[in-house]
Design a protein around this ligand. Structure first.
Ligand SMILES: [Fe+2]
Ligand SMILES: [Fe+2]
Length: 356
């Protein structure tokens, strides 16, 4: 096996992320209690600000391989700066009383791309007008977190929610201190000044009725630990599971809902990266994620980012309701090497919105 293939195999999750606590609990007190009623929202709207983690997979694969492989901590890797994209989504929930609240999920990677994507999505204005209630950082992978300056320069006091297992250097980045001298590593000239909520593994962090954040204690390549997923319960529909990369595995996220949340067997939809075939190599074990979605009776699959087009094709052929999209942000000077001609996309892409 070549070095490149070995790298892709590992990073793609052939050796899956290790779930350190295989079945997270909400807290010691309610571990054995009845499933929790988190309340409901009337509707949920998610705008894809950016699902383009990086523009060229060959370049990021080469950067990581040259630095020593996916076991190396990301803060020591000289990434090619022009290759950095980033993941971010704008989440709008309508409460049962009709009021709307916005949350930002992740702040992407390359500041130039994220500034562009925020401008195209109107996120920059919402931030400056204090119309976003919080920034939820799913995990501190470079493509989700290293673009933090693009958010904080507009709103340095935004409330933050992030895995309690965040790396020390990631906390330093929030504080605007301890810049790495490694080329392609991030900086933050706008220290975060607002409230911070580290979400403890397995605990249920309620941001409002019907909207909960849960951290799953998983070991993730490049020295990252823990990823938060979001559970939103939409009235008369069911739960929507929102992910950044989905490193814990979508079936584990469904299992958590079924075991710990009232009515959690009813999964209405999902949004975000599923980290199944990010490097477009199909393996038979990936079929399990299709089967568990079919078993759940899911109504809307809005996957993107690190899911893999090859998985999407298989999922559609298996009859799963994958939501189609476009790829609207093409006036930027770079376009992903994975982009299809004509702005088409087999899944929700940059600039698309979906209502649950
Ligand atoms: Fe990612
Ligand atoms: Fe990730």
């Amino acid at each position: 096996m070549t070095d490149r293939r070995a790298f892709l195999k590992t990073l793609a999750g052939t050796a899956p992320a290790i779930l350190l606590n295989p079945f997270p609990v909400l807290s010691a007190e309610i571990n054995h209690a009845e499933p929790v009623d988190i309340g409901e929202v009337r509707s949920l709207d998610i705008r894809c600000v950016s699902e383009t983690g990086w523009f060229d997979t060959g370049i990021i694969a080469g950067d990581v391989r040259k630095a020593g492989g996916p076991g190396i901590n990301q803060y020591g890797i000289p990434f090619t700066a022009e290759n950095s994209g980033g993941y971010s989504a704008l989440i709008t929930v309508e409460n049962l009383n009709g009021n709307k609240s916005r949350y930002l999920l992740d702040s992407g990677w390359g500041n130039d791309w994220m500034d562009y994507a925020f401008r195209k999505s109107g996120v920059d204005a919402y931030l400056e007008q204090n119309r976003i209630k919080g920034l939820i950082l799913s995990h501190d992978h470079n493509d989700h977190f290293w673009g933090i300056e693009s958010t904080l320069k507009h709103c340095p006091d935004i409330p933050l929610y992030y895995p309690a297992t965040f790396h020390k250097k990631s906390i330093n980045l929030l504080d605007g201190t301890d810049y790495s001298s490694v080329p392609g590593n991030p900086r933050n000239r706008f220290p975060h000044k607002g409230p911070r909520t580290p979400v403890k593994p397995g605990e249920l962090c309620m941001l409002q009725p019907g909207f909960a954040v849960v951290d799953f204690d998983v070991d993730i390549p490049l020295g990252v630990r823990g990823e938060c997923a979001i559970y939103v319960k939409v009235k008369d529909k069911g739960y929507v599971v929102i992910t950044g990369c989905g490193h814990p595995g979508i079936c584990s996220l469904f299992d958590f809902a079924a075991a710990r949340l009232k009515g959690g067997q009813n999964i209405y939809g999902c949004y975000g990266g599923l980290h199944i075939a990010p490097f477009e190599r199909w393996e038979p074990r990936m079929q399990a994620s299709i089967e568990c979605m079919k078993d759940a009776g899911i109504k809307k699959v809005a996957c993107n980012h690190c899911t893999g087009r090859i998985w999407v094709e298989k999922a559609m052929n298996a009859g799963l309701p994958v939501v189609q999209g476009t790829d609207a942000f093409r006036s930027y000077y770079r376009i992903s090497t994975a982009a299809l001609k004509g702005g088409a996309n087999p899944y929700i892409g940059n600039g698309d919105s979906i209502v649950f």
